[in-house]
Design a protein around this ligand. Structure first.
Ligand code: HPA
Ligand code: ZN
Length: 341
C-alpha cells in the first residue's frame, strides 16, 4: 500500500528522543538517571500543560553530549519519519539548551548534519535545520547564539522561537529576528499554542515571521482569522501535541476543521513525537478519524506543507507530483480512507 508523501515542518529534533534512546545514550556515556528503564521514564509522560512537558524535555537532554549523540538522534528520527512517508523535514533544534550545558554548538550542528546526511544516503529523505531561540531565556543570549551560528557558517535555513510562550512575549526578540533576516535566514515562531491571538499578532508584526507554529488560538479572534486567511499565513498544526499538553480538551474539539473552514493554510506535524504518542503518520490518522477526512482532503493537507516549506521550486514540484500520484492510485480492497497515510 502506497504511503502519502509528506513534508514535516514542525518537529523538534530533541522531541524525538525516545525513552529507549535516553537509556542507551546514558548507558554508553556512563550517566546515572533517576529511573531504571525506558518504561519507568515513559510512565512520567503525563503532562498538565506546556511547562510540565518542557521540564522533562530539558531534563532528558543530559544524555546528548557529543557529536555522535546528535548524529544518532537525527538518524533515528529520519528513519522513523521515512517509514511515515516523510520525504522532507524542516527540523527545529534548540542551540541554547545545549550551550548552557557546556556542549559546543559546532558538535550539535555537525552531529545533526552527520545523521541527516547518512539518512539521506539511505532513504532519500532530506532535512533542513531551523535554529530556535528559547523565549524564556535572555534576549542577549539569543543574540550571541545567533552570532555564533553565523560565525560557524552553520547550515541552517532559518530561525524560530519556542519554549514557554505565556509571559514571554515575542516582541522582545524583534532585534534577533531582524538580525537573522539581514543574514539571509527565513523565520518562523511558535505563537498561539497557549498564548492568545495577541501572541500571534506579535510574531507577525514585531518579528515578521513567515509561518506560525501552532497558531490554534487564532480561532478565538475572527478579525485575526480573516487576516491569516487573506495573507495566506501558514500554520504548522500539531494535533497530538495539542491534546497531550491540554491546549485542547480532546481531538474532537480541536479547531482544525474550523481553521480549514475559515480558509487558513494549515499543515499537519508531530512537534515532539517521542512525548506525544506518535509521529506524523499518527497525527494524520487521528485527524482523519476524528473529522472523517477523505483522500482529497488529506492530499490537500500534504500539498499545503509543500507550499509552506522553504524548499526550492524544483523540489516542490517533484513532491507535488508524488502526492498527486498517491491520490490517483485507487485503493484496492483496502478499508476506505484507512492506513494509507
Ligand atoms: N512548544 C514550545 N516549545 C517547545 C515545544 C512545544 O511544543 N517543544 C519543544 N519546545
Ligand atoms: Zn513546537
Amino acid at each position: 500500500m502506497a504511503t502519502l508523501p509528506k513534508v514535516e515542518l514542525h518537529l523538534h529534533i530533541e522531541g524525538t528522543l525516545e525513552p529507549e534512546l535516553v537509556m542507551e545514550l546514558a548507558r554508553a556515556g556512563g550517566i546515572t538517571l533517576p529511573y531504571r528503564d525506558a518504561d519507568e521514564l515513559r510512565a512520567r509522560y503525563a503532562f498538565d500543560d506546556l511547562q510540565s512537558f518542557l521540564d522533562i524535555y530539558y531534563e532528558n537532554l543530559v544524555v546528548l553530549r557529543g557529536r555522535g549523540d546528535f548524529a544518532q538522534l537525527a538518524h533515528a528520527y529520519a528513519a522513523r519519519a521515512h517509514e511515515a512517508g516523510v520525504v522532507h523535514a524542516e527540523v527545529f533544534f534548540d542551540p541554547q539548551a545545549h550551550l548552557v550545558r557546556g556542549v559546543p554548538l559546532v558538535d550539535v550542528v555537525d552531529g545533526l548534519v552527520d545523521g541527516f546526511e547518512q539518512a539521506r544516503a539511505e532513504f532519500g529523505i532530506t532535512a533542513d535545520l531551523i535554529a530556535c531561540f528559547l523565549r524564556d531565556r535572555p534576549v542577549t543570549e539569543a543574540l550571541t547564539t545567533l552570532d555564533e551560528l553565523i560565525a560557524l557558517e552553520a547550515p541552517i535555513i532559518g530561525v524560530g522561537l519556542d519554549s514557554a510562550e505565556v509571559g514571554n512575549p515575542a516582541s522582545r526578540f524583534a532585534e534577533v529576528f531582524d538580525r537573522a533576516k539581514r543574514a539571509g535566514l527565513r523565520s518562523v515562531a511558535h505563537a498561539g499554542e497557549e498564548g492568545g491571538p495577541d501572541s500571534i499578532r506579535q510574531a507577525l508584526d514585531d518579528l515578521g515571521v513567515e509561518r506560525i507554529d501552532h497558531g490554534i488560538r487564532s480561532i478565538d479572534d475572527p478579525l485575526l482569522l480573516s487576516r491569516l486567511a487573506d495573507q495566506r499565513t501558514r500554520l504548522t498544526i500539531c494535533p497530538l501535541s495539542n491534546v497531550h499538553l491540554n491546549a485542547v480538551a480532546d481531538i474532537a474539539s480541536h479547531p482544525l476543521p474550523a481553521l480549514i473552514e475559515a480558509g487558513l493554510h494549515v499543515t499537519i506535524n508531530s512537534d515532539d513525537p517521542a512525548y506525544f504518542g506518535g509521529y506524523i503518520d499518527r497525527n494524520y490518522d487521528v485527524v482523519v478519524d476524528a473529522f472523517g477526512l477523505d483522500d482529497e482532503a488529506v492530499a490537500a493537507l500534504a500539498h499545503n506543507a509543500v507550499d509552506a516549506s522553504f524548499l526550492p521550486d524544483t523540489r516542490k514540484r517533484e513532491i507535488r507530483t508524488r502526492i498527486d500520484e498517491w491520490l490517483s492510485v485507487p485503493e484496492s480492497g483496502a478499508v476506505p480512507g484507512r492506513l494509507r497515510w
